[in-house]
Design a protein around this ligand. Sequence first.
Ligand code: SF4
Length: 322
Amino acid sequence: MILSNQKKIPINLYLANPRGFCAGVDRAIKMVEESLKIFGKPVYVRHEIVHNPYVVNKLKKMGAIFVDELDEIPNNKHPVIFSAHGVPKSVPKKAKEKKLNFFDATCPLVSKIHREIEFFNKKNYEIILIGHKNHPEVIGTIGQIENKKIHLVENLSDAKKLKVKNKNHLAYITQTTLSFDDTSEIIQILKKRFPNINEPKKDDICYATTNRQEAIKKLAKICDHIVIIGAYNSSNSLRLVEVAKKNGCKNSILIESHKNFRWDNIKENINIGISASASAPEELITDFIIELKKKFSVNSIEDNSIKENVIFNIPNHLKKIS
Ligand code: SF4
């Protein structure tokens, strides 16, 4: 806010680091952009390529058409891309039947979980999936194996109540974008109840989710207010808000862009923290900061202690023809 003598109110802005796009999201968006360059308009995309309306609208303007199901694609003249969240096996099967030219933008870290569920299924384990019902990643993971009941555990209460057929022939896997701390508590309960349960070789919660949550935990201890930029249907955005609140910053909110922010909540000398979920582009953070600086005298502070250098290349068959 600007005071009557035109002096702006001073505030401290803590920028979370890392924040914003992860390697899987970056790769999925590049796959749509490259396909548009190679094949021209339109390129079909099954489901939101990543959970972010800004990204989806930008790609729509470039010529992408988003569909819920393959049946909505009128012919096989244009390619279709599957989203970063992964798809059930029935989707590429149907694409082949329809002779569609398809590219799979499933994040390699989600594909890793697909291979895990197949592995546990081959061993005939009873499988527990820790994740959120109806999330596209969960639907895609369950859809890797057919005709088998998976136990979906969404919270501590589900873990405590879970009934299994054979407690000595069990395995669990998790969704990639859960709260690291909440999931650890669920896993502890499962391990206590079923000491012989098999687990994935490496954590399923991905590096990007973990790092963004660790960065927010640090900010939650020093900030009066935390703003997460992301989408309301994005699991990793919602988890960042929960993590901020759980670690001491009750005034934590999720917004899609600076246009949704109530600036009158900002008081003099406040410490405000900002981050963006793994599917939110840096432009949205930049726009927020530009607006903030118009209204306040901003002292920006950035923690660079966690470095990320993960890159997932787009598939060779898409690169070769580019
Ligand atoms: S959040 Fe993790 S699993 Fe999801 S796309 Fe990004 S890197 Fe992959």
